[in-house]
Design a protein around this ligand. Structure first.
Ligand code: PGA
Length: 238
């Protein structure tokens, strides 16, 4: 059973997200675990739509505080009240466009763990890191925060090389396998007992998924653009 996480980003408006969630609820069976991460405004109506389906709800982000003056953010407590079981954090689009630091992401990890929401921690190297051979140190830096969260029991680690996101060119399976082995070696060194699943993200679509599924340690996919089309999404699962 693999995990298929649909990250709808800001591709759709409210009505489009609701319509798509209905298709997901109708067309997806329970052979795999599907997680839909729509925009904040859609969480409430989509939670209602998913109530009798095997699909679970996730958020794309959460506030680094529980309550306070932080305009435009949504707390992990509210996400829990909305029945979110997962939450994406540290996505490269947030690290880059909103200058999210490791310290902020650590706060989010802590607050999500307090709410029993499984964090989907995105890590991945930029093209510059990739070309200047700084891949492993970048991943280590992004993953180091995990050990600092006392209550963290379950984690999804989404390896998303930034150069592969939204490009239609996914990383080669052999390459991802090596990176996954490196992540496993880092996780082995952590003192805390965190149960984690490795997923790959970055141009997963109906064409690239078949090869990527050969990755030995693959626990699932984090899918952006292709997850906004139900037919493409179902082909990825098949
Ligand atoms: P993509 O995005 O599938 O559109 O490349 C993946 C992601 O950013 O999570």
């Amino acid at each position: 059973m693999k995990l298929y996480i649909a990250n709808w980003k800001t591709y759709l408006n409210l009505n489009q997200e609701i319509a798509l969630a209905k298709k997901f609820a109708y067309e997806t069976n329970s052979a795999n675990q599907v997680v839909i991460c729509p925009s904040f405004v859609s969480l409430y109506p989509i939670n209602e739509i998913l109530k009798n389906s095997p699909i679970v709800l996730g958020a794309q982000n959460c506030a680094p505080i529980t309550s306070g003056p932080l305009t435009g953010e949504v707390s992990a407590v509210s996400l829990s009240e909305l029945d979110c079981k997962y939450c994406i954090i540290g996505h490269s689009e947030r690290r880059q466009n909103f200058s999210e630091s490791n310290d902020i992401i650590l706060k989010k990890l802590e607050l999500l763990s307090d709410q029993n929401i499984t964090p989907i921690l995105c890590i991945g190297e930029s093209l510059i890191d990739h070309e200047s051979n700084r891949i492993l140190e970048t991943l280590k830096y992004q993953l180091d925060i995990v050990e600092q969260v006392k209550k963290l029991k379950k984690l999804i680690i989404a390896y998303e090389p930034i150069w592969a996101i939204g490009t239609e060119v996914a990383a080669e399976p052999e390459y991802v396998e090596k990176i996954f082995s490196y992540i496993e070696s880092l996780m082995l060194k952590t003192k805390s007992k965190i149960s984690y699943t490795l997923v790959y993200g970055g141009s997963v679509n109906e064409h690239t998924a078949k090869e990527l599924k050969k990755i030995g340690q693959l626990g699932g996919f984090l899918i952006g653009k292709a997850s906004t089309d139900i037919n493409k999404f179902l082909k990825i699962i098949d």
